[in-house]
Design a protein around this ligand. Sequence first.
Ligand SMILES: NC(=O)c1ccc[n+]([C@@H]2O[C@H](COP(=O)([O-])OP(=O)(O)OC[C@H]3O[C@@H](n4cnc5c(N)ncnc54)[C@H](OP(=O)(O)O)[C@@H]3O)[C@@H](O)[C@H]2O)c1
Length: 257
Amino acid sequence: MSNKKNILITGASNGIGSALALRLASPDNRLFLLARNNEKLKIVAEQCTQSHAEVIIHKADVTATEDIQKLIESVDIEFPIDLIICNAGVTNTVGKKGEAETWGEITNLIDTNLYGVLACLNPLIARMQQRKQGQIAIVSSLAAFYGMPVTPIYCASKSALKGYGESLRGWLKYDGIKVNMIYPGFVKSDLSDQFNTHRPFMISTEKAADIIVKGLESNKASISFPLLLTFGIRFLNILPSRLADFFMGELFGAKKR
Ligand SMILES: NC(=O)c1ccc[n+]([C@@H]2O[C@H](COP(=O)([O-])OP(=O)(O)OC[C@H]3O[C@@H](n4cnc5c(N)ncnc54)[C@H](OP(=O)(O)O)[C@@H]3O)[C@@H](O)[C@H]2O)c1
């Protein structure tokens, strides 16, 4: 077997995931790209092959948790995964008049953003432990550090990933497995276009992918960007809640009613 690096990316058909695929496309890497939209995946794969990467696409839904576990295990049996980037995600927002998200929206979000990640990693962790190597990257969000009023369920899912990833890192460090948490601020994409708020310091998916890949290469525990927003949101955590809520509400609040 060749000594290419096997890299699996979920949510690789669009946005940050597709930019990561393109950024990682090289003759040294074998890319496994997963998402539901096969047509978009084909386009990303075609672009990646122009950089002489070997690319295998899988039409897959991370909310189909049994199927996704089987798929990832079967990939790993044939091509031991060196790096998995759990990136697939969706968002909802509260309605323009402050209406709550529907139960269907709530469960779909949690199924995708939280259970989807857990399902992808479940078959892989024990296998990586056995071979004493591997790298796990989880895309959370700066919204994990302080909830944005317009998108409560999304923030809940990303905070859950933060707790999970931090625990994984401590647990798996003695097994030779690297764990990197990724906390993007605003990145221009279909997902962030749904946020009907200010999106300060927004960057392109290409720029985000570049920061993420550099962070993964240097095994940064926490890859958060951009710097100013990271600083701002973490600063909120040391402010009295009333003050922090005020700033958060002014910047990312649901519209006043
Ligand atoms: N953009 C931002 O400002 C921002 C900020 C912080 C964190 N993030 C996080 O970054 C990640 C990527 O977001 P993005 O901005 O690039 O959004 P995006 O452009 O909407 O891309 C989302 C990707 O996730 C995939 N996906 C969604 N549901 C899926 C499912 N059930 N099964 C498999 N794949 C699924 C989509 O592919 P298909 O539709 O083809 O399945 C798509 O490839 C998300 O986890 C998001 O929460 C984004």
